[in-house]
Ligand binder design. Structure first.
Ligand code: SF4
Ligand code: SF4
Ligand code: FES
Length: 302
């Protein structure tokens, strides 16, 4: 690994309209063995730009604070090893570091993620059973554990085209919050029904299961397969299942047997979802090409 590297870092603040205003600034930095991207940013702060704003906390991939776009890909700076980054670039090529593009800019690499806190507050919390005589099986706990491992880094939200490109922040809860909603809806002791809210207020229909969110999740959560598709299936069952519609009209819906979780996994909705996914592959490939072009253009700016 070469001992010196050029970091091309976004420096700027919002303009009067709140749009990002700034430029990419080059910093030549000496590398030491074992450094991660966040170490390099800290070295830039220590030696060249003490006013470079960057949010971080744990430096261990646990707090979700250090999210940024490194070479055009959303990542945690503290978990991105320089050895891996150096393999992505040719000799002498600068490494691009930008703030998350989906959120409003605060300064340099720091973005304003207040939207996430507001969305979180709109979710009805767990509503457990009244009495304390209940059983909770280990396999049920294991299923929820995946959702509980979210570190709220918002990299998935930053990647999702519904928010990043179409700015549906008022209508769409985004992948992180579908993970939280799935954790609540699949909780064996929860008695709340959030499915109408998931359909109408949180706009799950906007998600066309491209899986881009899953690809960037540093916690390895299978966001699309394990959270979003099962929630979509529950919406379909609740609102579009002819049997449920007739039962609702007759006022006997509550007398129908409760669908088992297995029903949500193996039924035709999964096939529909998979077909939609196939259709989306071309779109994802195009989006990637565009992103590669954006990165190349940014490099060309020198
Ligand atoms: S799968 Fe859905 S939530 Fe995830 S990035 Fe694609 S559209 Fe967004
Ligand atoms: S689901 Fe994954 S990518 Fe999204 S906020 Fe949680 S940890 Fe980050
Ligand atoms: S500093 Fe906590 S996740 Fe990177």
């Amino acid at each position: 690994m070469s001992n010196q590297v050029t970091f091309r870092v976004f420096r700027g603040e919002p303009d009067a309209d709140g749009d990002p205003f700034g430029q990419m600034v080059d910093y030549a930095v000496d590398l030491d063995e074992g450094m991660v991207v966040l170490d390099v940013i800290h070295r830039i702060q220590a030696e060249q730009a003490p006013d470079l704003a960057c949010r971080w906390n744990c430096k261990a991939g646990k707090c979700g604070s250090c999210s940024a776009e490194v070479n055009g890909k959303p990542r945690l700076m503290c978990m991105t090893r320089m050895d891996d980054i150096m393999e992505e670039v040719s000799d002498g090529e600068p490494i691009l570091v930008k703030p998350m593009q989906a959120f409003p800019l605060t300064k340099d690499l720091v973005t304003d993620t207040s939207w996430a806190y507001e969305t979180d507050r709109r979710i009805v919390p767990i509503n457990g059973p009244g009495d304390s005589d209940w059983e909770f099986h280990q396999k049920e706990a294991d299923r929820l554990q995946e959702f509980r491992s979210c570190i709220e880094c918002m990299l998935c939200v930053n990647t999702c085209h519904v928010l990043r490109e179409h700015q549906k922040f008022d209508e769409f809860a985004g992948p992180r919050f579908f993970v939280r909603l799935a954790g609540l809806e699949m909780h064996p002791l929860d008695t709340e029904n959030r499915i109408p809210q998931i359909k109408d207020d949180f706009g799950i229909g906007y998600c066309n299961i491209t899986k881009c969110c899953t690809e960037v999740c540093p916690a390895g959560i299978k966001i699309t397969d394990n959270a979003i598709i099962p929630l979509k299936e529950r919406v379909v069952t609740e609102f579009y299942d002819p049997l449920a519609i007739v039962a609702r009209m007759l006022g006997v819906k509550e007398k129908l047997p409760k669908p088992s979780p297995r029903l949500y996994v193996g039924d035709a909705n999964v096939k529909v979802a998979r077909r939609a996914l196939e259709k989306e592959k071309g779109r994802v490939e195009n989006a990637r090409k565009l992103e590669r072009k954006r990165v190349e253009r940014a490099r060309g700016k020198g």
